[in-house]
Design a protein. Structure first.
Lengths: 80, 417
């Protein structure tokens, strides 16, 4: 299983609609609206890189998405 | 389905409290039966003996697959596949949880057997929330903030006021039992149940159904051992009397109803423990006292209980207690701040060592080493921004390897369940 964070910059005023569409994507495990350099962080969980490409493609097709930066997780420690 | 994690946590904890209130009402009815009222030790054995049988049955039913997924996974916990043996990595945690739950049960019986109306004494068991705060500050990486301490104190005193009865009397030994047996064992039990829920078994998140199933088995074993020793040393007959009562069809059925309902309350409680701290969970669980009111009125109407104070002063105290519980829970819910920190490190520093240093910072809940623009994505949670600065940012500044970092506060989040 591959996990990745996709950091997204949005056009102003299109975040809510974009979130609704992102919630429909099957390999999306988590979505956070954030305040800072980016507007949205999506955590994707996929079986292989091909599936990750599908997720990033679908996100980039959403109206209002300006730019995405994908960070593939190599190692992780978590409380939960 | 992707929903807001915070909602899921509160839905699970509140639903568990609601079911627990049903259990309290059922327990009042079952405990008032003549064989049980005279021998609370035998009552504890009966509950656990029938509890083991009914828990095995429910877990087997929940293991039945329907369209490729088990019933338990569809309706209770998505992490559940089927009934399974204890994994060796979780054995120690099950052992501790079982011993604590058994000692807690025995402590409860000792109180009930010494006082006529235990409600005045048992209301002090709500102070367990404060024990949990103290224990979490030692065992978890999360020292409680002033807001957490304030909210916990509000809920604790609210719960004491809402559950206290002035018909009982204060006795030193039973109160001492609450403070040195009932509360510590419940606090340790909650912490170990949370540890179990946070474990991964064969690369899957541990499920609350198997955790509850094995806890009932271990608790039964240890309680039976304690009662056996008590029977031998005091020449009493609790084990045999409990066994003979529980196999009578009528008593078996009512005990099965109460333990079957308890199973669902605990499964949801354990699931909630996987999402939030044990102290916050127990604070929300104090709402059981509020949910118990309609059940008490129902039992009164049906004639199963005869006493329900209508003294205006007593009612006022209880209403104040309930308001305090609600205020405390809302205060917990609204004061958690989460953030991502995106970190780039300088060349020539080990990622593994930096990861360890990041993980040692209090308030850090996730550390991910990533390939891309940033080298680390860290997730933190704090009750106030000031604490975030003092505990997290100052510590980040002390790590030489860090070239730059961005703090990105989370405004709203959703998670797949």
């Amino acid at each position: 299983m591959i996990s990745a964070y996709i950091l997204i910059s949005m056009q102003p005023g299109k975040t809510d609609k974009a979130i609704k569409e992102m919630r429909q994507i099957s390999n999306v495990a988590k979505i956070s609206i954030i305040a800072g350099e980016y507007d949205i962080v999506v955590r994707a969980q996929v079986k292989n890189l091909e599936e990750l490409l599908d997720v990033t493609d679908r996100i980039q097709m959403i109206d209002g998405v300006n730019k995405t930066t994908t960070q593939i997780i190599e190692k992780e420690i978590s409380l939960q | 389905m992707i929903i807001r994690k915070k909602y899921l946590f509160y839905i699970l904890a509140v639903t568990s409290s609601f079911i627990a209130a049903t259990v309290t009402a059922l327990d009042s009815y079952v405990g008032a039966q003549s064989p049980f009222i005279n021998d609370p030790w035998a009552f504890a054995f009966c509950l656990l003996f029938v509890g083991v049988i009914i828990t095995i049955l429910i877990t087997l039913i929940l293991s039945v697959p329907v369209h490729g997924k088990s019933i338990g996974s569809k309706i209770l916990d998505p992490s559940f596949k089927k009934i399974r043996f204890v994994h060796k990595t979780e054995l120690k945690n099950h052992f501790v949880s079982g011993v604590m739950n058994a000692v807690n049960t025995v402590g409860y019986c000792a109180i009930v057997s010494q006082v006529q109306d235990p409600s005045v004494i048992l209301s002090f068991s709500q102070i367990v929330i404060l024990y949990l705060l103290l224990m979490e500050s030692i065992t978890e990486k999360d020292v409680p903030t002033l807001i957490e301490v304030q909210s916990s104190v509000i809920v604790t005193f609210g719960a004491i006021l809402a559950s206290i009865s002035l018909t009982g009397e204060f006795q030193f030994i039973p109160i001492l039992l609450v403070f040195i047996v009932v509360n510590p064992t419940w606090a340790v039990f909650s912490i170990y149940q949370r540890k179990l829920k946070l474990m991964k078994i064969r690369n899957r998140p541990n499920d609350s159904i198997n955790i509850r199933f094995w806890n009932v088995i271990f608790t039964f074993l240890f309680t039976a051992i304690i009662l056996f020793v008590k029977d031998v040393f005091t020449s009493s007959n609790h084990l045999l009397s409990g066994f003979t009562t529980s196999v009578q069809p009528y008593y078996f059925l009512i005990l099965a109803a109460t333990m079957g309902t308890t199973f669902f309350a605990y499964v949801l409680y354990i699931r909630a423990l996987g999402l939030g701290k044990a102290s916050v969970n127990n604070a929300i669980r104090a709402s059981t006292i509020i949910f118990a009111v309609p059940f008490s009125l129902l039992l009164l109407k049906l004639g199963y209980i005869t006493e329900f104070s209508t003294d205006p002063v007593m009612l006022l105290i209880k209403v104040i207690g309930m308001i305090l519980i609600i205020l405390g829970i809302i205060s917990f819910a609204l004061t958690l701040i989460k953030a991502y920190i995106f970190i780039a490190i300088k060349p020539g520093y080990s990622s593994r060592e930096t990861m360890k240093k990041l993980w040692d910072i209090r308030g850090v809940t996730h550390v991910s080493v990533t390939a891309g623009k940033y080298d680390f994505i860290v997730k933190v949670s704090t009750r106030t921004l000031m604490k975030g600065y003092e505990r997290i940012i100052r510590k980040l500044d002390e790590i030489d390897a860090i070239k730059k970092y961005h703090w990105e506060s989370v405004l709203k989040d959703w998670e797949k369940i």
